[in-house]
Design a binder for this molecule. Structure first.
Ligand code: DCP
Length: 680
């Protein structure tokens, strides 16, 4: 948790903008006849009319809530309009909502640093815009104040009975004797009101906002008055707001920490925290958390608005509640393939539109064992380096699932080997791609080449040879009795099927460490070394075939550790090459996933296409076949390439007669980087 910088935070102007009943608004824009009617968006699902995931404010007046099912909503309000979430690949398709969110973000980002926090939430740092307004056209001197700004709720403003609320707001904004902080907030009020009106004009969506001196307070405020309103927290009102605020309402205190504060420390409101000295909180919860708690009690938060318009990760998931739980490996694979296909599409468009690449693929699942006392055991999440291409993502995700399932079923699975009853069920599956970074600027020309060929090449790689059978899971074959598992037992819950990955995406650096330590400390029961070790470990090991089969399974722990150190050292040494190596590795179309394949080691003169292309005559042909001109390589890219590739490119750029003889042979390396290799 960030440690605050109290001295600077008072003079910032931060807004949190949250769309109102967002999915409903998106559907109402598509079907304008629904505007003004009690409407709810329902998750694709036939059971009891599906789960409500967004409810219009008109419907809320009838008591309709998000936790209800469609049929319940109809009972409460027969005229409620239920709209189904669009469906693609047998699951909810959220792309329309995501795109609508992007439309809003592009408008909000016009006045300051903008951080997209979720599918319908944005933080804005408007400090510079407010300072500028204060200099050029201060609100105190404005003759007229925009009507929308006058509708603001200013916490602490005395709106006694009978007083004209808008007039009070106007006076507050016009105050000449206000301190600098309040003057800045007054500018924030005008800027945010204007932005919200712009959003309405351009997208037809309404939103609500909180305006304060930091993110924490702005977020608290934005939910206070909805829909289509804005709430302001002047510095002088912070204490009053926090004194009575239930501790669990604070972001990050809804979970275990909040419970501990209540149970162990008797803290029920944020204000209750004020009684504890910082040292005491640090003693109990550690230095950082202790300081953070001490700060939030005083409304202090140094968390910066990150300039991020794009999501931190992409995810695709689906739940399979109750009787719909997946009970066979092929059923899981079927759904994983659907999810991976969607994920792959999104990764491609992110690459295409934003020039970003993702590095880590993670599989999450929820599962149950029907006849196991250890029913609390969670299905382990697994990660591995992400390789681009639908077939590869599908293959890797399936491998991650298999590894997770083995760990999950443990000895139980072994015991039932050969029997008909396996007794597990998967109630939710999701795949996500994280560690998304922009392609280093110098690599754009190369990326363009890869991207140009990627779609067709990768889509043609849909293979059936990656369909591992249950035998590889050490499970009995046949799936008949899976359906016999008693499914009345598992708890049926209906979380949303797909969700925007909010700030809950785990800190991957920490995750990597955890993954690594678990890899070092355990060799899985089946002798399969997990691939959810640090992706950096794998990327640092360029010569190492990533294919699991090629890991030396007999390695003991110390060998493994020393190898890790060695690879890590290499990675650090090759730091500058990391990003582009990752990029190339991701695009490496070799089905084995090997960076330096068998094919690469063949000498020139072999009959395979790639090696024959290194003859001088073949060189032009290869250039043509790639559709990529080597001369177009941005020189700045060179520094990022591994030394052997740099040598090779330099040699290519030299006049032919100056090339050292061995260069022809060495050019195999670059061919492997750049060429779409044959399927072996
Ligand atoms: N959403 C979802 N499943 C949930 C919660 C939300 O699919 N369990 C989707 C539908 C919502 C959107 O995310 O429209 C935004 O969620 P919010 O929590 O911001 O709620 P709304 O925007 O619907 O309503 P509000 O006006 O209360 O913010």
């Amino acid at each position: 948790m960030p440690v605050a910088k109290p001295e600077s935070s008072d003079s910032r102007v931060i807004a949190h903008v949250d769309m109102d009943c967002f999915y409903v608004q998106v559907e109402q824009r598509k079907q304008p006849q629904l505007r003004g009617l009690p409407t709810a968006v329902v998750q694709y699902n036939e059971w009891k009319g599906g789960a409500l995931i967004a409810v219009s404010y008109e419907a809320r007046k009838f008591g309709i809530k998000r936790s209800m099912r469609g049929e319940e909503a109809k009972e409460v309000c027969p005229q409620v309009q239920l709209v189904q979430v669009p469906v693609a690949r047998g699951k909810a398709d959220l792309s329309g909502y995501r795109n609508a969110g992007s439309e809003v973000v592009s408008i909000l980002a016009r006045r300051g640093r903008c951080e997209r926090a979720s599918i319908d939430e944005v933080y804005l740092d408007l400090t510079d815009a407010a300072e500028m307004m204060l200099t050029d056209n201060p609100p105190q001197g404005m003759e007229t104040i925009d009507e929308e700004a006058l509708k603001s709720h200013i916490l602490g403003l005395n709106n006694e009975d009978g007083s004209d609320v808008k007039e009070n707001v106007r006076k507050w904004i016009h105050r000449h004797n206000a301190d600098h902080r309040d003057k800045l907030l007054a500018c924030g009020i005008l800027i945010v009101a204007e932005l919200r009106m712009q959003v309405l004009k351009e997208t037809e969506f309404t939103c609500s906002a909180g305006i304060a001196h930091n993110k924490m307070l702005a977020k608290l405020a934005s939910g206070m008055n909805k829909p289509a309103q804005q709430t302001v927290v002047p510095f002088s009102s912070v204490k009053g707001l926090l004194d009575t605020l239930p501790i669990r309402k604070m972001k990050q205190l809804g979970g275990k920490l909040g419970i501990s504060l209540q149970m162990d420390m008797g803290v029920n409101t944020v204000g209750d925290l004020l009684q504890f000295p910082e040292e005491k909180l640090q003693e109990r919860y550690g230095i950082n958390t202790g300081t953070w708690l001490w700060n939030i009690a005083r409304g202090i938060s140094g968390e910066e608005v990150e300039g991020r318009l794009l999501p931190k990760s992409h995810g695709s998931g689906k739940t399979f509640p109750g009787p719909r739980a997946l009970k066979t490996v092929p059923a899981v694979q079927h759904w994983l393939n659907q999810l991976c296909e969607e994920l792959s599409e999104r990764l491609c468009s992110d690459l295409d539109q934003n020039k970003r690449i993702a590095h880590t693929l993670t599989l999450h699942a929820r599962a149950y064992k029907s006849s196991d006392s250890d029913s609390q055991k969670k299905f382990p999440s697994k990660s591995c380096p992400l390789r681009y291409g639908t077939a590869k993502i599908q293959e890797d995700a399936f491998n991650l699932f298999q590894a997770g399932l083995r760990e999950y079923i443990g000895f139980y699975g072994d015991k039932t080997r050969g029997s008909h009853c396996r007794g597990w069920g998967i109630t939710s599956l999701s795949v996500s791609a994280s560690k998304i970074v922009p392609i280093p600027s110098g690599t754009c020309s190369i990326a363009k080449y890869f991207h140009g060929q990627s779609t067709s090449h990768f889509s043609s790689m849909q293979s059936s040879d990656n369909l591992n059978t249950e035998a590889t899971l050490s499970l009995p074959s046949g799936s008949e009795c899976y359906s016999e598992v008693n499914l009345s037992e598992p708890k049926i819950d209906f979380p949303k099927e797909e969700s925007w990955i909010k700030d809950t995406v785990p800190d991957l650096d920490l995750q990597e460490q955890k993954d690594l330590s678990s890899t070092l400390s355990e060799k899985t029961q089946d002798g399969f070394i997990q691939e959810d070790i640090s992706p950096l470990l794998l990327s640092g090991c360029l010569e190492q075939n990533r294919s699991k089969q090629q890991w030396d399974l007999s390695k003991d722990e110390s060998q493994f550790k020393s190898e890790y150190k060695e690879r890590k050292g290499k990675r650090l040494k090759d730091k500058g090459t990391y990003s582009i190596i990752e990029l190339f590795k991701s695009y490496n179309p070799n089905p084995s996933g090997s960076f330096l394949s068998h094919e690469y080691n063949r000498t020139v003169g072999g009959t395979d296409v790639s090696s024959s292309s290194y003859s001088r005559d073949g060189e032009e042909g290869r250039r043509e076949a790639w559709g990529y001109n080597i001369d177009e390589i941005d020189p700045s890219v060179m520094e990022e390439l591994p030394p052997e590739i740099q040598d090779e490119i330099k040699a290519w750029m030299q006049p032919h007669e100056q090339r050292p003889n061995n260069m022809v042979k060495r050019s195999c390396t670059i061919s492997h980087y750049f060429s779409p290799s044959k399927k072996s």
